[in-house]
Design a protein around this ligand. Structure first.
Ligand SMILES: C[S@@+](CC[C@H](N)C(=O)[O-])C[C@H]1O[C@@H](n2cnc3c(N)ncnc32)[C@H](O)[C@@H]1O
Length: 289
């Protein structure tokens, strides 16, 4: 029977893309050696022709966008910790992200708790890598989660109730996740997340997002990439929202009180992010309850 992605809670077809991103971070000096993977190196080489084409046509490519979103999320997180007193960070769909390790090392002497979370298979792998490197401890953990499940130990609500300290200012990150799901599915997750975050003294949700880019001069190239990605990951790759106003409306309808849209262009010359010759296709969204 053909699989209906909107009904299934199995989105593990997406997981392999985490290896690619992990390798991009590694090559740009943003990761740690023990998170490098053979799968990542192979995918990176396989992706070169498409990345080359993207660069020629768009003046920047997928790799550029991966770096832009990652560094902007890092910047927002750093500010929330240093200026707002966030002490609990949850990175959902962490994949091979080095952020938990780098943040835990940087704030080793302070009271920062970092919880990485992913589907069980990826979580086992990440836990093993961190454990071998001596990076796991009570303040830096890896926990199973499945944002599509309800009423299971890996469901969002169970995860929040069991794993998090509701007295801490908390920031949740998703990176490279939300565009793999259709709007009703991801909006359902956002609504549940906003409800969970209301239990904390401060609740912030930071995510990247690829909006609908009908206005972009290279829309056809981007659409081919989107279709290929949907096929490869067996998922409903969807570009949500056509404008900043729609983004704000979507997160407000999900229960967030405020939404700020960060454009990479506003960080050119401010953060060390790579530039795109044409308008960037990625946004970073900062939501608060
Ligand atoms: C594109 S990767 C992003 C990983 C990492 N954040 C990055 O930027 O490279 C997507 C990640 O989402 C995880 N994932 C897929 N479906 C998920 C779900 N239903 N719940 C939680 N994580 C999921 C995958 O295992 C994978 O690690």
């Amino acid at each position: 029977m053909p699989r209906d992605p909107s009904k299934s809670t199995d989105s593990s077809g997406i997981s392999f893309t985490a290896f690619y991103t992990g390798e991009v971070w590694r090559r740009h000096g943003l990761s740690v050696p023990f998170l490098s993977s053979r799968e990542g190196r192979m995918l990176y080489l396989a992706g070169r022709p498409v990345e080359w084409l993207g660069k020629a046509l768009l003046g920047g490519n997928n790799e550029t966008l991966l770096l832009q979103r990652h560094l902007i999320i890092d910047h927002i997180l750093e500010r929330a910790v240093l200026e707002e007193g966030v002490t609990q960070i949850v990175e959902i769909a962490c994949g091979l992200s080095p952020r938990g390790t780098l943040m835990s090392r940087r704030f080793a002497g302070s009271d920062i708790h970092y919880v990485e979370a992913d589907l069980p298979e990826m979580a086992v792998r990440k836990r093993r890598l961190l454990e071998r490197a001596g990076e796991l401890n009570a303040r830096h953990r890896v926990i199973d989660i499945n944002i599509l499940e309800r009423d299971t130990p890996a469901a969002l609500e169970s995860f929040f109730a069991r794993e998090l300290d509701s007295s801490r200012k908390t920031l949740v990150i998703t990176e490279g996740l939300i565009n793999y799901f259709d709007y009703p599915t991801i909006h359902g997750f956002w609504t549940r997340l906003a409800a969970c975050l209301k239990a904390f003294p401060a609740g912030i949700y930071v995510t990247d997002l690829y909006p609908d880019f009908q206005w972009h001069r290279s829309v056809r190239v981007a659409n081919v990439f989107k279709s290929a990605l949907a096929l490869a990951t067996r998922s409903s790759v969807t570009l949500h929202f056509g404008s900043e106003a729609e983004i704000g409306g979507g997160f407000s309808a999900a229960g967030f009180d405020s939404t700020r849209v960060h454009l990479p262009e506003s960080y050119y010359g401010v953060l060390a992010i790579p530039l795109m010759r044409t308008p960037s296709l990625v946004r970073v969204i900062e939501n608060r309850v």
